[in-house]
Structures are given as structure tokens and as C-alpha cells.
Design a binder for this molecule. Structure first.
Ligand code: ADP
Length: 398
């Protein structure tokens, strides 16, 4: 080994060592995945790297994170079992492919879809003890020199540390969510227990008893919707949800949500309508989850409105950018400036809505998780006693 390559190798080991400390102390899963792919790319002197993880339930392998300019495109894409990563995961062995055009295991469709050209690759399994949880892959050596046994060693060491760190972060977030969940469920449960105890143990006037029963009923409904929201949130946060990205006609989806929620708006005497482009547009997204986003935002716009107010759902193609903006606008009570930075946090509710309007404080958190998973960003604009607008953009389908 030449002096230069020896030094290079020492430098790479140094990097690996300092990284291992960072990895074990990072519990933010997204930051962690970013760190790992960037390290994998640098350590192997390649153009890009990615992490593929197995879905524990379905056994499907999918892209969890990637470095480089195409990272958003590959995220959450499923990868077939007979691909390179599929082979590495199944065999639990590393693999080097010097020229992917000569190897049938290479999953060329992904390249075609995202407009990337893979020439060579190196992949190692990600293992926690003896269990393979996915694969770490790096592609296209800078300068096209061949991959060596040292590259495999380096990537295997990184991969072992990364696998443990990913498992830890997942477990941490699960337990975090569970304790918060239990905490939040306690308040409706306490009131159900207290009121039913009163009813069971004491003679109570029918009028008063009716009030108690009404409270028990409302709290039980709240428990039930909290349970559903928790389940949804825990799925979204665990990274187990894979979005079904397809071309979605947005106008009918909006009409659908309006039909669903019009009775609620009518009941409160609110106008509900839409502003849709005359020519329908298609966006790239997961239809059911986008529907859920629009339902959550619209039902908030109704819940937090004022007498005689209105709700408007708007779809606006931003032709020059190839994007579509979707907004839910209301003329409701608005959100105070001091609360605005917090409303996407789980369980956060504006103080004066607590106790007057039923809710779990999870709706907007779920909305944000879904929009983030689409590679987009949700924004809010609000003025007290004027109204609120939530907007996000989606990629237009070609
Ligand atoms: P929930 O509606 O169950 O309380 P969300 O997460 O959907 O939970 O909303 C969080 C909080 O943000 C609400 O409690 C409410 O105070 C505020 N909020 C959400 N949407 C609006 C809106 N359109 N207008 C005014 N306030 C809103």
C-alpha cells in the first residue's frame, strides 16, 4: 500500500471513530439517517449513498434515506426482493458490482425513474446482532477506481453502528410516544370513571344524571378519536408507513371532502365552498393520506370558525414551478401569534379552545407528518378575529 493510500485509510478510520460517538448519541431518526448516508458516501469516495430498510410487517424493502440531489425522489420507494439490496439482505453478505450494466440483479428501473446513472456499487447488510434490518449502499466511485476489501470493511463497520443507532432511535420514539399517550388518555378516563361512580353510588336527580351521562358520552368519544389518532401518528413516526405515490386528480378529492363535511358546516351556519382550476390538475401523492390532510384542515376550519363565517378550499396550479398549491382558508377566530409556532406540536391546543371545542391536539401533527413525508412543507397564516389559512404545495403530475 502506498503512503498516500495508507494516510487516506487512516483518515477514514479516524472519521469512522469520531462518527461512532455521534451515532450513539443521536436519537433524532432523520438526522441520524442523514449522518449515515453522508458518512457512507465520504468513506467510500462515492457520489451517493442510501439506506434501505425492511418493513418489519410486510417484509418489503424500501429506500429510507439517500444522499445527493436525488434523495427526495427515491425516498420511500419500494425495491424488489431480487435487486442488489434484496440479495444483500437475504444473504446477509456484502457485494461489490464493478459494472452494474453487466449484473442482472441491478434494479435499473429506479435509475430510469429518477434520471440517475449508476455505474458501480458497493452494498453491505445492516445487522443488529444476527438480524438483518436493511442494507447500506454506495454508488459510483469518484474516478471509477475499483472498490476494495477495505471499502467493504469500512462500510461494514459503519453499517453495524448505524443499525444499532437506528434501532435505538426507533425504540426511543416508540416509548416516548407511549408515555405521552398514556398521560393524555388519563384525563378523559378520569372523568369517565368519576362521573360513572357518582351515577352508580348515589341517588341523583334525573336532570343532573342526564348531564353526567352526556359528559361520559363526550369523553368516551374523545377517547375513541384519540386512540385512532395515536395509532395513525405512531405508524407515521415509526417510518413503517410507505406512501402510495400516484397521480391524484385533486378537484374531485376536494369536492369529496366538501360533501363529507358540509353537514357540519351547515349545522354551524357556515358557508363552505371551493376555488378550483377549470381544467383539472393531477398531483403526485398518496390519495388517502392527502384526503386525510384536507379533511383535518377543513374540519378545523369549521370547528374554529365564528358565526356567519366561511370556509374555502383552494387549488392553484403554479405552472412555472410545476407545483400545485392547496389552501384551506377560513374567516374564523384565528390563532394568536404566540401560539402559532407551536400548533404543529403534538397535543398542543390554543388555551381558550381547551374545554370549549372538542379535540385531541393531534390533527395538525398528523397533517404535518404526512406533508413532510411528501417532501413538502405546510405553512400557516393567521390573524385573530380575521381568519386562518393553511397551505402546502405538491408536485404536479406530468
Ligand atoms: P385539535 O383540533 O384536535 O385541537 P389540531 O392539532 O388539529 O388539534 O389543532 C391544534 C390547535 O390549533 C387547535 O386546538 C386550535 O387551537 C388551533 N387551530 C387549528 N386549526 C385552526 C383554525 N383553522 N383556526 C383557529 N385555530 C386553529
Amino acid at each position: 500500500m502506498s503512503q498516500a493510500s495508507l494516510e487516506d485509510q487512516l483518515e477514514r478510520y479516524r472519521r469512522l471513530l469520531s462518527l461512532s460517538q455521534v451515532l450513539t448519541s443521536t436519537l433524532d431518526l432523520f438526522a441520524l439517517l442523514d449522518l449515515i448516508v453522508n458518512a457512507a458516501r465520504d468513506l467510500t469516495h462515492t457520489e451517493a449513498a442510501s439506506i434501505l430498510l425492511l418493513d418489519a410487517k410486510t417484509g418489503q424493502l424500501y429506500f429510507e434515506a439517500a444522499s445527493g440531489s436525488k434523495s427526495e425522489e427515491v425516498k420511500r420507494e419500494a425495491v424488489p426482493a431480487d435487486s442488489v439490496a434484496g440479495w444483500v439482505v437475504r444473504e446477509g453478505q456484502p457485494l461489490i458490482i464493478a459494472d452494474v450494466s453487466r449484473d442482472t440483479r441491478f434494479f435499473a428501473q429506479m435509475d430510469e425513474r429518477i434520471g440517475f446513472h449508476t455505474r458501480s456499487l458497493i452494498a453491505v447488510p445492516m445487522k443488529v446482532k444476527d438480524r438483518v434490518i436493511g442494507a447500506l449502499e454506495a454508488v459510483n466511485r469518484v474516478g471509477d477506481t475499483p472498490f476494495s476489501i477495505e471499502d467493504i470493511e469500512m462500510l461494514t463497520t459503519l453499517s453495524a453502528q448505524a443499525a444499532v443507532a437506528i434501532e435505538n432511535a426507533r425504540l426511543f420514539h416508540q416509548s416516548d410516544l407511549i408515555s405521552e399517550m398514556v398521560h393524555e388518555l388519563r384525563s378523559p378516563l378520569t372523568s369517565i370513571v368519576a362521573y360513572s361512580e357518582l351515577l352508580v353510588n348515589r341517588p341523583i336527580e334525573p336532570d343532573m344524571a342526564h348531564g353526567f351521562i352526556e359528559t361520559i358520552y363526550q369523553e368516551a368519544i374523545r377517547l375513541s378519536s384519540m386512540t385512532n389518532d395515536f395509532l395513525e401518528l405512531s405508524r407515521l413516526q415509526s417510518g413503517r408507513v410507505r406512501l402510495q405515490m400516484i397521480a391524484v386528480d385533486i378537484n374531485p378529492l376536494v369536492d369529496d371532502v366538501i360533501t363529507l363535511l358540509k353537514p357540519q358546516a351547515d349545522e354551524r351556519g357556515l358557508q363552505i365552498g371551493s376555488r378550483l382550476p377549470a381544467q383539472g390538475v393531477q398531483v403526485i401523492g398518496d390519495r388517502d393520506r392527502l384526503r386525510q390532510v384536507i379533511v383535518n384542515l377543513t374540519s378545523n376550519a369549521i370547528k374554529y370558525n365564528r358565526p356567519g363565517g366561511s370556509v374555502s378550499l383552494e387549488v392553484e396550479p403554479l405552472a412555472e414551478l410545476g407545483h400545485v398549491r392547496i389552501s384551506v382558508r377560513d374567516t374564523g377566530k384565528g390563532i394568536p401569534a404566540k401560539d402559532l409556532p407551536h400548533i404543529f406540536e403534538k397535543f398542543y391546543r390554543v388555551a381558550d379552545t381547551e374545554g370549549t371545542v372538542p379535540g385531541t391536539g393531534l390533527g395538525l401533527k398528523i397533517v404535518k407528518q404526512i406533508i413532510d413525508a411528501h417532501g413538502s412543507h405546510i405553512t400557516v397564516d393567521s390573524e385573530v378575529n380575521v381568519g386562518t389559512t393553511f397551505s402546502f404545495t405538491l408536485k404536479m403530475a406530468q
